[in-house]
Design a protein around this ligand. Structure first.
Ligand SMILES: Nc1ncnc2c1ncn2[C@@H]1O[C@H](COP(=O)(O)OP(=O)(O)OP(=O)(O)O)[C@@H](O)[C@H]1O
Length: 586
């Protein structure tokens, strides 16, 4: 299906409003025909011996006033109603794109820039507003004017009408060439704007890094390049436009030349009344003006088309993670998590996980350790179905997670990530993010568990303190504690902490650890941590090495094995001893 047809179908809810706008457009277009006809008749009556009588003049004036008034009403209806339809449709389209993005799995975002996607949601949908509220009404009204004026011209004098239409094929030819050559320029234009947005968004988010590493100059140069490119593609597109419009104007003027020359000749030989020549000229100005507008509309339509391509590109994207049509609700009563021979890779290179099998017993604490980059966080991404494994099955309480709805799966797991993300709201809003109807007592209790209550109470506005974008007004450790509180508050059967306490001091970490251990028994806890102090009291420890489970057991059992885990412990003990020694000698 073509983009226009798809857009029209998507705007189904607004067909009624658009129909009213169309009526206004049609009315205004037809009322344009009144003036030339009145002028023609006036000229004819002035040609009569004795000239036009007063009654006729009054009648003509009244008809003109009525027509102008009615045209103003029709114009108001068409303008107001088409904008109403467009501005109701555009937010719907933005939302459709947003919802689609929310439904896509993480792999889709790997090669996308946030700013570029924002550009699709805001700039590209705005172009479609221009199409609906401006280009389409103009298209309808001008086509109507051209057709009705052509009919009138043929009624007055078909031979002269045929001759005046000579430039039309030339206008169509030039218009065709224009759309072929300029369309790609507008497509590039929208793409370059998207890229510019992407870089801007990236740089604004990374402003601290830019300043810390003194990269202001380099980033400025990068921006200069992007802005220059944006300006160049715009100049090229508008230059092409600037050539096209005068060319069409010149061609359409040829019609007037024909009427002045031929019509004047025929009138001087009494082969045609003067009134018809005047009427012809008046109609002709109405005929070629819309034709020129139609040619100019090509630009708006091309821009909207380029934007529609980018919008539909998102809407047509396939999510790697799909829900089964008959997916049921996950009922995790015990919270047992089992991985059965799970293998996974991000790209067509080495596998990140190979043949991983383990079970996290319900109500117990499972710790996952291993060198960096070995796939620990990837295990959690698979559990949340941000990605699907290449092979193997993941089950919660015996149910394959591929067979349940994503919403029900994620509602059973609370996740605290290493890179904490906070929204620009209050502390209370951030803690209750996954449970918006939580009471103040519940929020405070969760904060107490996460050892966050103390610093929150010390803030000027307590739980109503606004944290800033991404929680910029809080320290790393404070942000992590809010994220833990947020996860604890949800009271899900499974709690996952991925390096959740890496930014807090050792003392606070011990306190949080103790509080989380208290939760053990009420939910299954999966902890990923580098600090062994965090994992040593876990009921079971998995050691991930080269994408496989190298060892598993309790802290004591693994030490006795004297393998990877024992080596990790040994290295950490050495580090701690060195730090203590350095601390003592300073
Ligand atoms: N989105 C991604 N696309 C491609 N490769 C990825 C992606 N995310 C992670 N990887 C790669 O997968 C491997 C495992 O990453 P993962 O984050 O799971 O490791 P980890 O054990 O949690 O590391 P760390 O202890 O440093 O947090 C790494 O080699 C990483 O480079």
């Amino acid at each position: 299906m073509g983009f226009t047809a798809r857009l029209i179908l998507m705007a189904k809810r607004h067909w009624g409003t658009l129909a009213v706008a169309c009526l206004g457009i049609i009315g205004a277009a037809l009322l344009n025909l009144v003036t030339p006809e009145i002028v023609r008749r006036l000229t004819a009556s002035l040609e009569l011996p004795g000239g036009a009588n007063t009654q006729l003049l009054v009648l003509f004036s009244l008809i003109l006033v009525g027509a102008y008034l009615l045209r103003a009403v029709c114009r108001f209806i068409s303008l107001a109603i088409s904008h109403l339809a467009a501005w109701r449709f555009v937010p719907e389209l933005t939302l459709t794109v947003y919802d689609k993005l929310q439904s896509l799995s993480m792999r889709y975002f790997h090669d996308k820039q946030t700013g570029e996607l924002m550009s699709r949601m805001i700039n590209d949908t705005r172009q479609i507003e221009i199409l609906v509220a401006h280009a389409l009404p103009d298209l309808v009204s001008n086509v109507l004017i051209v057709v009705s004026v052509a009919v009138m011209l043929f009624c007055i004098n078909w031979q002269l009408a045929l001759l005046t239409l000579i430039p039309v094929p030339l206008v169509v030819l030039v218009g065709g060439q224009f759309s072929k050559r300029v369309a790609p320029l507008f497509r590039i234009n929208q793409q370059v704007l998207g890229e510019l947005n992407g870089v801007l968004q990236d740089n604004l988010s990374g402003m601290k890094e830019i300043q810390t590493f003194g990269q202001e100059g380099t980033e400025h140069e990068k921006m200069v390049k992007r802005c220059k490119r944006y300006s160049e593609v715009n100049i090229r597109a508008n230059f092409a436009n600037a050539f096209f419009n005068p060319a069409v104007e010149f061609l359409t003027s040829l019609g007037t030349v024909i009427v002045v020359g031929l019509g004047g000749f025929m009138a001087s030989r009494q082969a045609m009344p003067v009134s018809d020549v005047v009427g012809f000229l008046m109609y002709l100005s109405l005929f070629y003006q819309p034709l020129a507008i139609l040619a100019r509309l090509v630009e708006d339509v091309q821009m909207a088309y380029a934007s529609a391509v980018r919008v539909f590109d998102v809407l047509d994207a396939e999510s790697e993670v799909k829900e089964e049509p008959d997916a049921g609700e996950l009922k995790a009563e015990r919270g047992e998590v089992s991985f059965e021979q799970v293998s996974f890779r991000y790209e067509e290179k080495e596998p990140v996980l190979e043949d991983v099998s383990f079970t996290a017993a319900p109500g117990r604490m499972l710790a996952i350790v291993g060198p960096t980059g070995e796939g620990k966080s990837t295990l959690i991404s698979l559990l949340e179905r941000f990605y699907d494994p290449l092979q193997g099955t993941i089950r919660i309480d015996g149910q394959d997670i591929r067979g349940v709805t994503l919403a029900s799966l994620r509602s059973q797991i609370s996740l605290v990530l290493q890179d904490t993300f906070l929204f620009n709201g209050t502390i209370a809003q951030n803690i209750s993010y996954g449970m918006p109807d939580a009471s103040v007592e519940q929020i405070v209790q969760a904060a107490v568990t996460a050892r966050a209550d103390g610093f929150i109470q010390g803030m000027p506005d307590g739980y109503n303190t606004v944290v800033g974008e991404r929680g910029v007004r809080l320290s790393g450790g404070q942000k992590q504690r809010l994220a833990i509180a947020r996860a604890v508050l949800r009271q899900t059967p499974i709690l996952v902490l991925d390096e959740a306490t890496s930014a807090v001091d050792t003392e606070t970490e011990c306190e949080i650890q103790a509080a989380i251990e208290q939760l053990s028994g009420t939910r299954t806890i999966i902890v990923i941590a580098h600090r062994l102090s965090t994992v040593m009291r876990a009921d079971q420890i998995l050691v991930l090495h080269h994408g496989r489970i190298a060892e598993q057991g309790t802290h004591q059992e693994l030490l006795e094995k004297n393998g990877v885990y024992a080596r990790l412990c040994h290295v950490q003990q050495l580090q701690e001893q060195t730090l203590q020694f350095l601390g003592g000698s300073l």
